[in-house]
Design a protein around this ligand. Structure first.
Ligand code: GLC
Length: 585
């Protein structure tokens, strides 16, 4: 286990279109972000992940890039971006950029050239195939955004692969020239001084040879080809090449968006001796309530499974690689609506979830608005929605005969627009997000849920996040300590310990043991006795907790709680959505 700045930091994710609009065009922009850097510094976060601001037709909100070297006009200029980077660094914070290289926009000059003729030098930058003799697409893969993953292009009479929308053709990573162009582009941004990348669907870049047909029971003519494009055969080769040629040359962090990865696969991506990525997002947790891997099929989730997944990752990666901790982002429903209670216990449950994020081993990621307890939105009908994925689902579901009411219920729970409603700054018109007409409506709860109110109220979700971030900085055991799950079978309570130890590799020799002991001394110093106990109630009822006598301590101190003080005891009544963190020594 090595110390690193990105292990000790807290990341704040900015979805720029919905953050703050400085020029009244209804869309957030770079100058808006600069205006709020003091706010973020006050919160205490020190790494900003900026979602795409590159030139783009914006069909998938910037995840369809047409020029990797330019800033999209709507967000500002390259000078504005330079100013942002500078202002971030002046505050002692870091900036990481989104890297979207599984696909480009269909307006990217590479694709424009690629589609122009069969022998264009850029033809092989994308994945082109002939249709089948029976007039069908080259294979039966479904696009992640609905319909076929292939689009016929009349110019050359062939199909191109697009795992997302037909406006997002997949790049052909088998082509060395493409890979080197990508590495040059990454180096160009790193030389500008950025501190790392969040890598969009990075485990999709290697496709199985022959692109075989997928089997499955998905309704309709297309099946998920995920077995053939997630974690494909050459993924690790590509990532190691990228590491050797680019990443290893800078002191940066990387985090991979890698759907369909369990902890064993994660180890291959983030193992410290593997030279690939620093972290990957723990999507397995967010797929808990997907039926058959389909996010639009909602199934109930159970805390026991939730704990098991987190614990598997905590245990498996301990001493080997690093975790990322997140419960929502720009593609996911709001955490408090999904895993907490966004009505009666909104404040308590938002704080309880935050407690978990800051007390497990890994780097916490806060998605904009989470720090004030923003919730899902229930727009009355489809005309309010903007997200391409939601609009495609709506069309397909209505065409399949599903009742409108049911379709809207699913959209209310799952639409990516839940996370994309504008940031709620105050209770004035449009929540202070814009002086113009916002690109998407606001969540109507902004008069109660907003930054101004949170800042003024010492008991707010915001101030609680602030305390947690501060606490994590003060306690090395919260960052590097080992994780021990208690009461694994409790259906409502999540209880664990963090201990000032680094795990021993099974069967490790004397030399290794001495190294571990030295690292322990460096990390925990004289605080080698302090354990942290975390108790979280995921239910809206009072629950009894009986801890075993093994939780020995002479002194206990409540470090933080979302309720007024509780004294530690081996038998405790834990209140609805209560979170308490104790120091035991
Ligand atoms: C990732 C992004 C998402 C985007 C998709 C295609 O999942 O987070 O917003 O639509 O990739 O780029």
């Amino acid at each position: 286990m090595q110390k690193a700045w990105w292990k000790e930091g807290t990341v704040y994710q900015i979805y720029p279109r919905s953050f703050l609009d400085s020029n009244a065009d209804g869309n957030g922009d770079l100058k808006g972000i600069i205006q709020k850097l003091d706010y973020l510094q006050f919160l205490g976060v020190n790494i900003i992940w900026l979602c795409p601001v590159y030139k783009s037709p914006y069909y998938d909100n910037g995840y369809d890039i047409s020029d990797y070297y330019k800033i999209m006009d709507g967000f500002g200029t390259m000078d504005d971006w330079e100013e942002l980077l500078n202002e971030v660094h002046q505050r002692g914070m870091k900036l990481i950029m989104d890297l979207v290289v599984n696909h480009t926009s269909d307006e990217h000059p590479w694709f424009v050239a690629s589609r122009s003729s069969l022998d264009n030098p850029y033809r092989n930058y994308y994945i082109w195939r002939k249709g089948q003799d029976n007039g069908r697409e080259p294979n039966n893969w479904a696009s992640e955004f609905g319909g076929s993953a292939w689009e016929y292009d009349p110019i050359t009479g062939e199909y191109y692969l697009h795992l997302f929308s037909d406006r997002q053709p997949d790049l052909n990573w088998e082509n060395k020239a493409l890979r080197h162009d990508v590495y040059d582009m990454m180096t160009w941004w790193l030389k500008k001084g950025i501190d790392g990348f969040r890598m969009d669907v990075i485990n999709l870049i290697s496709k199985a040879e022959g692109l075989p047909d997928a089997s499955g029971a998905k309704e309709g003519p297309y099946q998920w080809g995920r077995d053939y494009y997630r974690n494909g055969p050459r993924l690790h080769y590509f990532l190691r090449e990228m590491h050797a040629k680019v990443l290893s040359k800078f002191d940066i962090m990387t985090v991979g968006e890698t759907p369909g990865v369990n902890c064993e696969k994660a180890e291959l991506l983030v193992g410290e001796d593997r030279h690939e990525l620093s972290m990957v997002f723990l999507f397995e947790l967010l797929e808990l309530d997907y039926g058959d891997g389909d996010k639009w099929k909602i199934v109930p989730w159970k805390l026991i499974d939730f704990k098991r997944i987190i614990s598997d990752w905590q245990d498996f990666l301990e001493g080997i690689g690093w975790n990322s901790l997140f419960l929502n982002n720009h593609d996911q429903p709001r955490a408090v609506s999904r895993f907490g209670d966004d009505h009666k216990f909104r404040v308590q449950s938002a704080k309880m979830l935050a407690t978990m994020l800051h007390t497990l081993q890994g780097t916490p990621y806060i998605y904009q608005g989470e720090e004030i307890g923003m919730t899902n939105v229930k727009f009355p009908d489809i005309s309010y929605y903007r997200d391409i994925d939601t609009l495609n689902f709506y069309k397909e579901a209505i065409a399949a005969g599903i009742k409108m009411e049911q379709v809207m219920d699913i959209i209310h729970a799952r639409s990516r627009d839940n996370a994309r409603t504008p940031m709620q700054w105050n209770n004035s018109e449009h929540a202070g997000f814009t002086a113009g007409k916002p690109w998407i409506n606001l969540n109507p709860n902004y008069p109660e849920v907003n930054v101004e109110e949170n800042l003024a109220n010492p008991d707010s979700v915001f101030h609680y996040y602030r305390q947690l971030i501060k606490l994590r900085k003060e306690k090395a055991v919260l960052i590097y300590g080992d994780y021990r799950l208690l009461c694994p079978n409790d259906e409502h309570l999540y209880v664990y310990l963090r201990v000032p130890k680094l795990r021993r590799v099974p069967g490790c020799g004397k030399k290794k043991l001495a190294e571990i002991q030295k690292a322990e001394k460096d990390i925990f110093g004289n605080n080698s006795e302090e354990k942290i106990l975390v108790i979280l109630n995921f239910s809206a009822e009072v629950k009894c907790l009986n801890l075993s006598e093994d939780i020995r301590y002479q002194e206990s101190q409540l470090l933080i709680s979302n309720y007024s003080s509780t004294n530690f005891a081996l038998e405790i009544e834990v209140r609805p959505f209560e979170a308490s963190v104790y120091s035991l020594s």
